[in-house]
Structures are given as C-alpha cells and as structure tokens.
Design a protein around this ligand. Structure first.
Ligand code: PLP
Length: 391
C-alpha cells in the first residue's frame, strides 16, 4: 500500500509504546514496574464520576455542539478567569479530545506546508509529529540541564528564518518538570510578538506547580495579545482524567472558529458524558488537587535525593509536573551507548520501564515518572542506581 508522506514521516508515540511493552511483559507473567507513566496514579474524583453517571441516567447521550456544550465552555472560561484573574468569554474557549487534539487543531489551522515551528528541546514527544502532520517543519532549539532546560530569546533568535511561524512553549515541562517564572514566560512571548511569531503555550500541568514556585501562565499576556497566543490546558493531569479525553484552549475567537471547523469535519464534539463530567470537575472544589500535589512533592524530594547520590548524574530540581529528567550519559559505556540502550538494559535486568531521553530530543537523559507509589519508587530508584554503578 502507498501511505502518505505525512504518515510515513512520523513515529509512533515513544511513551505509549514503552507502556505497551511493559504491559506485554506483565501479560507474560513478568513483574514489570513502569516509571514511564504520564498520568497521575490517583482516581478521578468521585463527584466527577457521579456527574458522568447522572449524564447517562438522564440520557445525555447525543451529539452536542462541536466546540462543547455552552455551560462547559462557560466553566472553562470561568476557570481561566478565576485562576489567572482575566476576562474571557465562552466563545474564546473550546473543548477537544484532550490537550493533544487542541494542539492538533491549532497546528492544522495555522501551519502551511514548509512553515517552521520552534520547539525548545527536550520537548513533549508529540510536538514534532503534530507539526509534521500539519506539513510544517519542526525546528528544535536545544536547552541545557544547567539552565533548568529553559530556553531564552537569544537561543530562539538563532533559529529564526523567514519561514518561522510558531513557537511552542510548555510549562511545567514534560519531560523535565522544569517551570518558567511568569516574567521569563512573558519575556519569551514579547520576543515572539516582536518577530511576528505565534505562541502556543501548553500549560496542561499548571495546577501541578510546587511551592515556593508559583504557577505561571500566558493567560494575562493573552488578554492584550489575543491574536498572538493560544493557551492549551485540560483535565487529564489536574483531575486525573486521562482516559476521559477532555482538553481545552483559550484563543482568539477567529482561531476558535477555525479549530471548530476542523474538529467538526474530523471528530465532532467530544463525548457528551465526558463533557458533563468535565463541567463538574471545573465547577467543583480543588482540594483533591492539593492532596495529589502533596504526595507528588514528597515523592519528588525523595527521588531527587536518590538521583543526586548517583555518581556523575545531574538533574535540575523540577518545580512541577511529575517527572524528573536526569542526565546520565556519564554511565554510557561499551554497547550501552545511548538512552534507548540504557532503558532497554534497565527493563531487561531490573524489569523497570523508563522512557529514553532520545524520545524527547535529548539522548543524554532518561525520564523518570514519579506518578507511582512512594515506596515502590524508592525501591526502583535504588535498583536503577545499583545497575548504573555496575555498568
Ligand atoms: C506536555 C503535554 N501536553 C499535552 C498532553 C496531552 O494530554 P491530553 O491529551 O491527555 O490532554 C500531555 C500528556 O501527556 C503532555 O504531557
């Protein structure tokens, strides 16, 4: 069969592939632990589940408006308004099947063949492929662990050409967990505006920022620059709702209309029942998130202590999300000469699944998710450290 250049140019998601491999090994009876997970290990809050049950009982099972039911769009606008003290209307937001589809829609709506999209690396695995699916060209701008993997305008500037159209920012970051201060984020947005580059700011982990760091967002900047910024967020991480597939975006009303057109001709509205659940999540209390956060902080601190004891490993302390991204290339020796090989050896010998940094554009590092039980995490990190020092 002759497949399109678009589909042959992209790779399957590395993180989903590793989790599938771990599940396969488990199905064969092997006792595999996955530290490759990209989702909170907490259940969806009960009031959200109840709202979905009510939606079913009430027969709320039909097509809805493509960008979301009006009351959910009002709740999303309310979330942005409350959290970031901004004014936004319901027609400046829409809901899609996860933050991933929001990103897909924006890129489909804005990128023409050959347009270049700046992506600071390490980056979330899907950004380059989403750009390629829109026939754009991903341009990776590397960052260093010593700079907390944060990009500066000077580095971006070196990669700008007359084809540069978009910059994708992500804070806190998957895979590094590192987080921009609001002033740094705004400086980047100002720089992009001065170069006529549109910014997509992926803030899907915005509620998972750990004190003393403060949540940062481009929402306030957006209110003065509505045609220059889109802010992507969603319920997957904040409300432990990865399977429900609810993401949302704040953007210029014209971009919302274009994205609705694309979504209307591809997937239509997201699941009607998930919309009612999302409405309950966004209109309800956030104490659930506080509990999750304190568990993550404790695990992060413990993980940092162990990883810092690994000879020659280097890991900036992350302020958010639930990942650490240590640099471990000092351990590469013989045929263990890449992050992929190292993760393969760790999986085969210790039965622990990790994602190689290569998948995120930095082969010097490995991604460790701490969205797992603290004791299990401690045990796994101890075993990984033991194996690294034996290499
Ligand atoms: C940085 C980042 N953006 C977006 C997403 C997409 O999440 P979802 O499509 O579940 O909303 C993820 C999920 O892992 C992510 O880590």
């Amino acid at each position: 069969m002759n497949f399109s250049k678009r589909v042959t140019s992209i790779q399957p998601s590395a993180t989903l592939a590793i989790n599938a491999k771990a599940q396969e090994m488990r199905a064969r009876g092997e006792n595999v632990v996955s530290l490759a997970v990209g989702e909170p290990d907490f259940p969806t809050p009960p009031h959200v589940i109840q709202a979905a049950k009510n939606a079913l009982d009430e027969g709320f099972t039909r097509y809805t408006a493509v960008p979301g039911i009006p009351e959910l769009r009002e709740a999303v606008a309310g979330y942005f308004s409350r959290t970031y003290s901004i004014d936004c209307r319901f027609d400046e937001v829409m809901v899609s099947n996860g933050g991933k589809q929001c990103l897909y829609n924006i890129l489909q709506a804005m990128v023409d063949p050959g347009d270049e999209v700046l992506i600071p690396g390490p980056y979330w695995v899907s950004y380059p492929s989403l750009v390629q699916l829109a026939q754009g060209v991903p341009v990776v701008v590397p960052t260093e662990p010593e700079d907390d993997f944060l990009v500066k305008p000077e580095s971006l500037e070196k990669h700008v050409t007359d084809k540069t159209k978009i910059l994708i920012l992500n804070t806190p970051s998957n895979p590094t967990g590192c987080h921009y201060k609001e002033s740094a984020l705004v400086e980047l947005a100002r720089w992009a505006a001065s170069r006529n580059i549109f910014v997509i700011c992926d803030e899907i982990y915005d509620q998972l920022v750990y004190s003393p760091a403060k949540p940062a967002s481009l929402c306030a900047f957006w209110t003065e620059n509505k045609d220059k910024i889109a802010v992507v967020n969603g319920l997957s991480k904040t409300f432990a709702m990865t399977g429900w597939r609810v993401g949302y975006v704040l953007a210029h009303v014209g971009l919302i209309k274009s994205m609705s057109k694309i979504q209307g001709q591809s997937t239509s509205n997201i699941c009607s029942i998930a919309q009612k659940a999302a409405l309950a999540a966004l209109s309800g209390p956030l104490d659930f998130v506080q509990e999750m956060k304190s568990a993550f902080v404790s695990r992060r601190n413990m993980a940092m202590e162990i990883v810092n004891s690994w000879k020659d490993a280097y890991c900036p302390k992350p302020d958010g999300a639930f990942y650490i991204f240590p640099r471990v290339d000092s351990f590469y020796k013989g045929d263990v000469d890449s992050s992929a090989r190292l993760c393969q050896v760790i999986l085969e010998e210790e039965k622990i699944a990790l994602v190689p940094g290569q998948a995120f554009g930095d082969d010097r590092c490995i991604r460790i998710s701490y969205a797992v039980d603290e004791q299990l995490l401690k045990d796994c990190l101890g075993r990984i450290g033991g194996l690294l020092h034996k290499l």
